[in-house]
Design a protein around this ligand. Structure first.
Ligand SMILES: [Zn+2]
Length: 215
């Protein structure tokens, strides 16, 4: 049976994250939330992230500002300390002990825009775990159609790490229906992450990274 790991990026958002938590809780499912530091610092952001953690979800770092992909920053204009380090400090004890970091950029495409050489070195030195993905159904631009693309990805892969967004786009209106359909189809929904989506684990390079780092 295919496996599915749910991840939610770019939040927290006080209302939408709360709704996602309700949907997951009703089904006794656990997920990972990759939060943006600036969103966490907004009113209501931290409270909902704390509820997520208390409910057993994992919280990861998705940068401080989510503005410029780390692989596209000009050398000498390195934002690593802020985008990774300060965001992690802001997370504080919300953060998963393995220091989960998900790079961003490019509408979900994997490529050398994701990390700079100094970002890679920083992640290794500070013992982060880099969490990639293998399904981006583009829920942010197609709040209804993402469900069908996600279903296809789950059916086509042994273990799908799905990237969704707990943002008020309307896409999360379809989360419960999507999950119930997958459960009815026998898909196993787990919190764990497949090793092939973790090229760096607590600072140790375990998989290929060349394709993720700017040359
Ligand atoms: Zn993102």
């Amino acid at each position: 049976m295919p496996r599915l790991t749910l991840t939610f990026d770019n939040g927290p958002h006080p209302e939408t994250t709360e709704r996602v938590l309700r949907v997951l809780d009703e089904r006794q499912l656990r997920a990972t939330f990759f939060v943006v530091g600036d969103e966490l610092a907004r009113p209501g952001g931290r409270a909902v992230a704390e509820r997520a953690r208390a409910a057993g979800h994992w919280i990861g770092n998705h940068s401080m500002t989510h503005r410029v992909p780390l692989g596209l920053t000009a050398p000498g204009d390195d934002q690593v300390e802020v985008e990774i380090g300060a965001a992690q400090a802001l997370l504080g004890d919300l953060a998963h002990p393995a220091r989960l970091f998900r790079p961003f950029g490019g509408g979900g495409h994997l490529g050398p825009h994701l990390l700079s050489p100094s970002a890679l070195a920083y992640l290794v030195d500070h013992r982060y775990t880099v969490v990639l993905w293998n399904s981006v159904p583009r829920d942010w631009e197609d709040p209804t159609g993402w469900v069908e693309r996600a279903r296809h990805d789950v059916a086509d892969q042994e273990w799908t790490v799905l990237v969704l967004h707990d943002l008020p786009t309307g896409a999360m209106d379809n989360l419960a229906g999507f999950i119930d359909g997958e459960l009815a189809a026998g898909v196993e929904i787990v919190q764990e992450l497949p090793l092939e989506c973790l090229p760096i684990r607590t600072g140790v390079i375990e998989g290929p990274t060349d394709h993720l780092v700017a040359g």
